[in-house]
Design a binder for this molecule. Sequence first.
Ligand SMILES: NC(=O)C1=CN([C@@H]2O[C@H](COP(=O)(O)OP(=O)(O)OC[C@H]3O[C@@H](n4cnc5c(N)ncnc54)[C@H](OP(=O)(O)O)[C@@H]3O)[C@@H](O)[C@H]2O)C=CC1
Ligand SMILES: CC(C)=CCC[C@@H](C)[C@H]1CC[C@H]2C3=CC=C4C[C@@H](O)CC[C@]4(C)[C@H]3CC[C@]12C
Length: 469
Amino acid sequence: MSTSSQAQKSTSRKATSASVDTDSAHQLSVHSRQGRNKLLSESILPLLLCLACPFLVRSIVFICTHCHGSISEFFQRLLFSQTVTLKDILEDFFYFEWHWPSGIIIISFLIYAVVMTIILPGKEYKGPVTDTGHVPVYRDNGFCYYIVSLILFASLTFLLKLNHLSPTYIYDHWEEFLSTVSTFAFLLCFLVMLKGKYIPSTNDHRSSSNWLTDFYRGVELYPRIFNVDIKLITNCRYGMLAWALLTVIFCMKTFELYGFTDSAFITCVLTLVYLTKFFWWESGYMKTMDIIVDRAGFYLCWGCLVWVSGIYTLPSYFLVTHPNQLGWTSTAIVLTLGLVSIYINYDCDRQKIQVRSTQGKCSVWGKPARTIQAKYRLLNGKEHESTLLASGYWAISRHFHYIPELTLAFLWTYPCGLQHILPYFYAIILFILLMHRAHRDDQKCRLKYGLAWDKYCRLVPYKVWPGIY
Ligand SMILES: NC(=O)C1=CN([C@@H]2O[C@H](COP(=O)(O)OP(=O)(O)OC[C@H]3O[C@@H](n4cnc5c(N)ncnc54)[C@H](OP(=O)(O)O)[C@@H]3O)[C@@H](O)[C@H]2O)C=CC1
Ligand SMILES: CC(C)=CCC[C@@H](C)[C@H]1CC[C@H]2C3=CC=C4C[C@@H](O)CC[C@]4(C)[C@H]3CC[C@]12C
């Protein structure tokens, strides 16, 4: 284990005892993880996840395309009719594949994302100060990037259509595309890990002798190449834009095959509005756990390149092979509830940002904001203070905003119907991810703020679901 990581561990232990002893100052170490079983958490689990996640993405797409979306049909074909053999699955789902046309699209898209991130105008803003005192600086051009990209995509589609081509080529080669992006993402994660180990961009890195855990969790918190932030590119500029464009492409394919269907329309509109909200709030996202706690490794980078492309787009992908008409009444109800969920989710994030930027001198739901001033100390000994909001949505539960997020995931999948569980995979996984995230965030905030966090927990006792959890 490197010296810096040992230092971080010992400081984190001090931080835990400091948070018990004193109410005034707390040291922050968001990097420490205390696995009860080191072998399980640092080797077995990362290995299993690195193997299981690509396999899951591939098999889900396979079931959608070749087994009528039915998980039981997949197992029947595998176990009884043997039209799919275990050998096929191991060969097709585990081998690193490279399909050149897909590879060219993926690399061009990534180069596009980097170039636009560099050239598009935007005000500079700062991310939160790290344990070591580093302050990351970004340019606020996410929304502009999103709008410009949608316009360019529409123009490209028009040009392709003039030449009897279509972006739905990606749908037609979706299995090859996903395997190629997965191969590419594995390679990228490996290079990012090596970069973190040997030429880290900042002191916020944590390397160990266990390459598996370093690969899975990543080494660096803020890796940059030629001053381009890798997490900004993979998470926002590739991952979130790919999610939007793939959803549009799948919706176009549905329309090409069956004409207008309201189900594909609802899923597409809700996803696009949600992602428009994401890019509008991108600078807020750059202050969340993904950026300030999770390092650039398989979990985040492979996740945003492959998991988001394959799993987050699942409802719209599923609708291509399972078209549905809901009728005007259901369409209006689902769209309205979906838009309300997006608004509430956005408004929760907005309240938090507003209270932070005004140090609590603002009103929330028509009353002066109720706040707690929470102090913490960095590794360099410097003391800082944060404002915790204890009114508005943040008084209902400590992660109330996860409820509209989950409601929305259900609503944009609902057009797929209730016959199959498969398209709900995103909503189910999101539920597990958010409950675990609420728990992790709580641990992180307790370690950072100590007694001030306990005070907030006494005022707002539930993590997510009022009265339940
Ligand atoms: N679709 C998806 O896959 C997912 C979507 N999301 C969405 O992303 C958005 C961000 O969620 P998430 O990343 O979990 O982060 P949060 O918005 O929950 O932010 C958590 C951080 O906010 C600060 N904080 C916590 N409580 C308070 C409070 N009462 N007042 C002020 N600040 C507080 C703490 O940071 P600090 O250290 O600054 O004090 C804490 O670590 C949400 O809209 C969520 O729904 C999230 C996860 C997955
Ligand atoms: C097992 C495995 C490989 C998991 C991958 C997980 C990541 C891809 C996701 C973990 C957290 C996710 C996100 C957090 C917050 C977000 C804000 C929201 O408004 C848009 C979506 C997202 C950026 C979302 C994206 C996927 C994750 C990083």
